[in-house]
Unconditional design. Sequence first.
Length: 218
Amino acid sequence: MKVYDLDTSLDLLRALLWQYNDAAHLQALVRAKQAWIDANHDAFWRGWLRDVFDLRTANDFGLRVWSAILGVKAVTEIPATDKANFGFGAANRNFGNGNFGQIGTRSHTLDTEQKRLLLRLRYFQMVARCTVPETNRFMAAVFSQYGRVFVLDGNDMSQVVFVFSFVPSADIRFIIDNFALLPRPAGVGARYTVVTRPVFGFGDVNKNFNHATFKGDI
């Protein structure tokens, strides 16, 4: 999603004809109007681009608008555990005769950064062809602040593998695990793996090729 740097400024003084150069009161009125435009019109549109239109910086209001446009809710239902909940003592007989767990289904609302990631993934999923080069460019843009993420295609239409060169935070894993939004062609599965060290090397104490060892199938 490309956001252009739009020029929203207005120059009202250009509307004045040369014969009004000596009209002090008229020029004062126009300058007062220009000051209002500078303080409100330009600031409003720049704020709208930042807080609503740009998914990278949108606030909670803007993210609610995008949720409606893209047809995805920033809330997920977490089901109850199938065991009795919270107990201690002999045979865990107290408080429901169980261990730690969740009694009933509950709704989990994403925080602002999670919503931004969720909606950016959904947007790309809807508008992209999901080719490997295209997906790699998108993943690089989304996760550049954390580290490298790239996709591998097995060329058999079974699944694609997303390789994270960093350990995803719990917030990122929650999005990936609970929303099927990793971009891939229709009918193709997806999974992700984490590889945080170089994957090839040989020689004494594996000193060659970035001091790494052989890595198995990811």
